[in-house]
Design a binder for this molecule. Sequence first.
Ligand SMILES: Cc1cc2nc3c(=O)[nH]c(=O)nc-3n(C[C@H](O)[C@H](O)[C@H](O)COP(=O)(O)OP(=O)(O)OC[C@H]3O[C@@H](n4cnc5c(N)ncnc54)[C@H](O)[C@@H]3O)c2cc1C
Ligand SMILES: Cc1cc2nc3c(=O)[nH]c(=O)nc-3n(C[C@H](O)[C@H](O)[C@H](O)COP(=O)(O)O)c2cc1C
Ligand code: SF4
Length: 668
Amino acid sequence: MKYEKILEPGRIGSMELRNRMIMPGMGTNLAAADGTVSDVIVNYYARRANGGVGMIITEVCCPDPLGRVIPGEIEATYDYFMPGLSRIPHAIHSGGAKACLQLAHGGCFASEHVTGEPPLTPSGVGTMLLPDENPRTMTVEQIHELVDKYAQAARRARDCGFDAVEIHGAHGYMPLQFLSPYTNRREDAYGGSLENRARFPLEIIKKIREYVGTDLNIIYRLSGEEYVPDGLTIEDACQFAKMAQEAGVDAINVSAGTWDSRMEKYFSVMLEGKSAEGMGLSHGVGISTWVPPNYTPRGTMIHLAAAVKKAVSIPVIAVCGISPEMGEEILEGNNADFIAIGRQTIADPDYPNKIKEGKANEIRRCLRCNECLGDVMRNCGISCAINPEAGKEYEGYTTVKPAQTIKNIAIIGAGPAGMQAALTATERGHKVTLFEKNSELGGALYYVSIPDFKEDYKDYTKQMIEAVKRCGAVIKTGTEATPEIIRQGGFDTVIVASGAATYIPAIPGAQDAKILDPLKVLDSKESTGDTVIVCGAGLVGCEVAMFLAEQGKEVTMVDMLSSAAPDMTVFSKWVLEGKLAELGVKVKGNHKITEMTGESVSCDFEGNHAVFKADSVVCALGLKSCRSILEELRAGCKGVEIIPVGDVNKPRKIMQATHEGFHAARRV
Ligand SMILES: Cc1cc2nc3c(=O)[nH]c(=O)nc-3n(C[C@H](O)[C@H](O)[C@H](O)COP(=O)(O)OP(=O)(O)OC[C@H]3O[C@@H](n4cnc5c(N)ncnc54)[C@H](O)[C@@H]3O)c2cc1C
Ligand SMILES: Cc1cc2nc3c(=O)[nH]c(=O)nc-3n(C[C@H](O)[C@H](O)[C@H](O)COP(=O)(O)O)c2cc1C
Ligand code: SF4
């Protein structure tokens, strides 16, 4: 594909961006405990600026201590924070990008656990995500004070060297809580009509202009739809965008959603663009609305940016699941002026430079797995499943240095752990031989990426396989490594990445030949009847159930745990559960399986006996590490360094496989 538009320089207010790619605000949870900027954050942004992006919008930064949403959030509340804040534009400018500070007050989502006081809100409406909070209604005086705090924070941003501020008026933050008829029930000058609801955000814009003149560019992040009944609609959002332009903003960044975005029919809304109005309230998806996982198609919010673009004459930024290819098309179709690409920038900060250099096929494709978001919201600092360096750029332990002594290294298994180890070890100059007993590289990624809803994983797998083929390792597919082969090869080190295989439990009947293997079902090597019981509601069970239900099969999942996919981050799980419900998959939690046959599953449930019958039974009760080669090597290859990585240690996920493969190869 030819990239032209996305590489063109573009202007927002007085800033010229070197291209049309923007990194949107993404919380990292990496600030120092007192809210000051840390070395870790500075290096995280510098790395991304060096990757070639046109502008970086920082993570949420609160203008008021009562607006903090998570610990580890940066602050611009007092001059005390300015020396730290100044480090961010220095870092971003050193990489050639423009720097924008996102100003965000969490309102009802700024929990008392984080701020020490009950949340401030326009009219006492809380969020169902924090049902135990006691939201307070703001007085007019408090509103005026907060407007002033935003402007003070913007003044600090300007003095610290930022090129712009972004007022976070999307995703349920305070300006949206005022703008939305769902959260704003006031009856004074700040509530009621659109003009009144818009008063608070417009006052912020005007006050910032009063304090900083035209020295600082102002971007407004707006939710084009809230996806709550009686919430903000795209029509109102377009009206507001015009008002914001008039009040002095230089660009509108169009996202969607709020904390309580919820729809019974998530997929009708996200896929068919139907309004959430009038739909039931049963299923909460909250943050997954604006950070959708792989189960949601890419680019579901482009129509909102396109609508806003028709309403205003200032630049419009489109966002959400936009791949670089899609970005080029959006710009070509004049649906937006800039493209914000978020998670891809975490997964591969070099993606803009790769596009520029004609190497888009080398972009390490983001999985949209939302592990990064899960880590941030758990207060554990940002990480990435496929980029072990993300969030750890400052820590010396992720630096890949040339090897001091070139070693002869064997890697056994070409799943994500083995492939990552091969890439890192060859990068360091080691001599590497990669053994894979299958005819293709990829390991379990082959199965992972079979369903259509794992398209992102397919893209990642393809890129990794191509990268491994280019990296200079000797690749031996169709070769099962044995101690004999390792001894003959004269290897100094063996990285064992032999992964895991389907686990067959000691439950009566589980060994029956009629019981189906989930991997073979995915691969169409085994077929099911029209009704299916899937034993196990872990990630694999859920995805097999979804895969079969999408083919029109009637599926029941049975598990002794109370909820599905417990190891999955909730920001993916909410959508997975929504999709399973929409497909009519029945989930029988708290059912302990006691016996299975090819047509039935018996369970203990709350002291009773239950039997489910179906045409087919799939046993997805977990995976088991393939450790035999590891034990054989330990016994038969004395003197050779042996390092197990990935699922051979314990079946887990791509994140652990990739990180362990990376670090083993970085150390040897
Ligand atoms: C259906 C399915 C869906 C999943 N979905 C997700 C998901 O959405 N997100 C997520 O994070 N994780 C997911 N996982 C888990 C994830 O795929 C694994 O954690 C990951 O693949 C482990 O990587 P690995 O490299 O350690 O092992 P594997 O990917 O299992 O690769 C091991 C490789 O070693 C080879 N091998 C074994 N012994 C030898 C030998 N002696 N010689 C040569 N080759 C050998 C095998 O053939 C295999 O190719 C899923 C797993 C499955 C099965
Ligand atoms: C880890 C993480 C943190 C985020 N934090 C913020 C934030 O601080 N402010 C914000 O406006 N959006 C935030 N978002 C949303 C992103 O800006 C972006 O809109 C979203 O990820 C969709 O874009 P993408 O599909 O290109 O990732 C966050 C997203 C992620 C993944
Ligand atoms: S953790 Fe997953 S969603 Fe987040 S950037 Fe990495 S690959 Fe993308």
